[in-house]
Design a protein around this ligand. Structure first.
Ligand code: TXA
Ligand code: MG
Length: 329
C-alpha cells in the first residue's frame, strides 16, 4: 500500500514543466501527455521510484516498462541497435514506436523497470510537453500508461485524475492526446517482430524496414509469465462492463459503441451511444477509443455492443484492444 498523496494538476506551462522535472528528480510520480496516451512517469534510474510506480498502478511487478528519452542519442546510451533498429529509429522517431532491444552495457535503468529482462523497451515520444520534460530531466523516464492496471489507457488529464488521484504527485495537463492508442512495439532482437500493434501502422514499419514483419509465436499474447511482452495480458485493456464484438444490432439493456455513418439496428433503444467516428475514419476512431469505452462503461448498461470496425491501418490496434477488453477478466 502507498500512503495517500495530494495529486496536483497543472496546465503545461514552463513553471509546471520545471515542477515536473523537480518531482521526477525527487523520486516522485508525474503523469504527462505523450502523442499516444498519458504516461505515468518516474525516474528510470531510481528503483524506489519505479517500485512506487508499480504500486500506484497496481501493476504486476513482472511487467516491464518503456524507458522514454528525448532523442536517438539518449536511446543509444541504453540499448544496442542493430541495423533494423537504426532504420526504424531514423524513419519513425520521434513517434508512436517502441523498440525492444538488448540492454546496453552502461544502461542506467533500474533492473526493476525491465523486470529483470536483458532487453529494454525504449521510445522517443513526439509530443511537445513530453519532449520538454525529457530534455529538462536529461535522464530516462519510465512511463506506463497512466491508469490503474487493467483499466483502459487515459487520453486526458481528467482520466488520469479519476484513476490515479491520491496515488501520484502531479499531473501535467496538456489536453487530449492526439493518437489515442499506445505505441506500436517492435522487437529488434533477431528478425524484427510485431509485439503490440499501435500508433504506427504495420505498413509504415514494413516500408521503413524494406520487408515484412514477423508475427510473435502462437499463444504468445495470452501468456503472462515469461513471454517477450508479458504486458500483453488477456485482461490488459478492460472496462468493467462486458463487451459484445461485431454487433450488428443492439439488444435491450445494451450500450452501443458505434463506428461509421450508419448505426446498428435498434440503436434508438440503446442505453447510451458513443460513435468512434461518424465519418468512418480509423485515426479519429483510435483517438476516441478509450474515452468512449470509459463513457459507456459508466452508463449502467449490462453489455457494450461494439459495431464491426475495419482491420486495416490503425484498425488492427483498435480491434486488438477491443478483443482484449472483451475477454472475461
Ligand atoms: O504509447 C505508449 O507506449 C505508452 C506511453 C505512455 O508512452 N506507454 C505504454 O506503456 O503503453 P505500458 O507500460 O502500458 O506498456 C508497455 C508494454 C507492456 O506490454 C510491456 O510488457 C512491454 O511494453 N515491454 C516493456 N519492456 C519490454 C521488454 N523488455 N520486452 C518486451 N516487452 C516489453
Ligand atoms: Mg498500459
Amino acid at each position: 500500500m502507498t500512503a495517500p498523496l495530494v495529486t496536483r494538476v497543472a496546465s503545461a506551462d514552463a513553471a509546471a514543466i520545471a515542477d515536473a522535472v523537480r518531482q521526477l528528480a525527487a523520486g516522485g510520480l508525474v503523469a504527462f501527455p505523450t502523442e499516444t496516451v498519458y504516461g505515468l512517469g518516474a525516474d528510470a534510474t531510481n528503483g524506489e521510484a519505479v517500485a512506487r510506480l508499480y504500486a500506484a498502478k497496481g501493476r504486476p511487478a513482472f511487467n516491464p516498462l518503456i524507458a522514454h528519452v528525448a532523442d536517438v542519442a539518449a536511446a543509444r546510451a541504453l540499448a544496442r541497435f542493430n541495423a533494423d533498429a537504426t532504420r526504424l529509429a531514423q524513419a519513425l522517431w520521434p513517434g508512436p514506436l517502441t523498440l525492444v532491444l538488448p540492454k546496453g552495457a552502461g544502461c542506467a535503468v533500474a533492473e526493476l523497470a525491465t523486470a529483470g529482462l536483458d532487453t529494454i523497451a525504449v521510445r522517443v515520444p513526439d509530443h511537445a510537453v513530453a519532449q520538454k520534460i525529457l530534455a529538462g530531466f536529461a535522464r530516462p523516464v519510465v512511463a506506463p500508461s497512466a491508469n490503474r492496471s487493467g483499466d483502459v489507457s487515459p487520453t486526458t488529464a481528467a482520466h488520469v485524475l479519476a484513476d490515479l488521484g491520491g496515488r501520484i504527485d502531479l499531473i501535467i495537463d496538456g489536453g487530449a492526446t492526439p493518437v489515442g492508442v499506445e505505441s506500436t512495439i517492435i522487437a529488434c532482437l533477431g528478425e524484427p517482430m510485431l509485439l503490440r500493434p499501435g500508433g504506427v501502422p504495420r505498413q509504415a514499419i514494413e516500408r521503413a524496414l524494406g520487408r515484412r514483419l514477423a508475427d510473435p509465436p502462437a499463444g504468445f499474447a495470452a501468456a503472462d509469465d515469461a513471454p517477450l511482452a508479458p504486458g500483453m495480458l488477456a485482461s490488459h485493456y478492460a472496462p468493467r462492463t462486458p463487451l459484445r464484438l461485431e454487433a450488428r444490432r443492439v439488444e435491450s439493456g445494451e450500450a452501443l459503441l458505434a463506428f461509421g455513418p450508419t448505426l446498428a439496428q435498434g440503436a434508438e433503444k440503446a442505453a447510451s451511444v458513443q460513435n468512434l467516428s461518424e465519418r468512418g475514419d480509423l485515426i479519429e476512431a483510435a483517438a476516441n477509443l478509450f474515452s468512449h469505452l470509459r463513457a459507456l462503461d459508466g452508463a449502467g448498461a449490462n453489455t457494450i455492443a461494439v459495431m464491426p470496425i475495419p482491420r486495416d491501418n490503425l484498425g488492427e490496434a483498435i480491434n486488438d484492444r477491443l478483443a482484449r477488453a472483451a475477454r472475461p477478466h
